[in-house]
Design a protein around this ligand. Structure first.
Ligand code: IDP
Ligand code: MG
Length: 169
């Protein structure tokens, strides 16, 4: 009986740990130019998510075309690539329980006109074509984006000292 219980607890732990997924968050060129990088990092840090990768790069159009491949047919695509390649960006990987879904909630709606106050876009920007930050929309696209922007070595596994105060198990 106790063994069954312990086995169930162990499975539960594994499921919870598996959900400590990774999401790809990127401060766009307007976020960098406007000096909002620290504010965006602060929100993810204060939430309790764990930073596992970060860099400062001026991305090529080729990389951005791969990143936004799903949107290639959209009328705003050329403008999007021009905007995103207009200056340096800050790609990051954040890890935590449901980080993909929660990350999107923290970003707010794509169009800042529809983003709720309290969200990053809702508080800090105005127009959809200058919405300061990107966040993965699914675990699958997060994995694709992480592999596109980072090498395996650039993503650093570590255990924060406060982990037991962020998660109950
Ligand atoms: P998301 O960034 O919230 O995931 P997507 O639909 O994936 O939104 O669009 C990617 C990016 O393309 C948006 O964040 C925004 O910068 C840009 N974008 C989306 N729709 C429009 C539009 O109607 N006009 C201009 N830019 C747009
Ligand atoms: Mg998207």
């Amino acid at each position: 009986m106790i063994c069954t219980f312990l086995a169930l607890v162990s499975i539960l732990h594994q499921v919870m740990a598996a959900q400590r997924e990774r999401t790809f968050i990127m401060v766009k060129p307007d976020g960098v130019q406007r000096g909002i990088v620290g504010e965006i990092i602060k929100r993810f840090e204060q939430k309790g998510f764990k930073l596992v990768a970060l860099k400062f790069v001026w991305p090529s159009e080729e990389l951005l075309q791969k990143h936004y491949a799903d949107l290639a047919g959209k009328p705003f695509f050329p403008g999007l690539i021009k905007y995103m390649s207009s200056g340096p960006v800050v790609p990051m990987v954040w890890e935590g329980l449901n980080s993909v879904k929660t990350g999107r909630v923290m970003l707010g709606a794509t169009n800042p006109a529809d983003s709720a106050p309290g969200t990053i876009r809702g508080d800090l920007c105005i127009q959809v074509g200058r919405n300061i930050v990107h966040g993965s929309d699914s675990v699958e696209s997060a994995n694709k984006e992480i592999n596109l922007w980072f090498t395996e070595k650039e993503v650093v596994g570590w255990t924060p000292a406060n982990e037991g105060w962020v998660y109950e198990d």
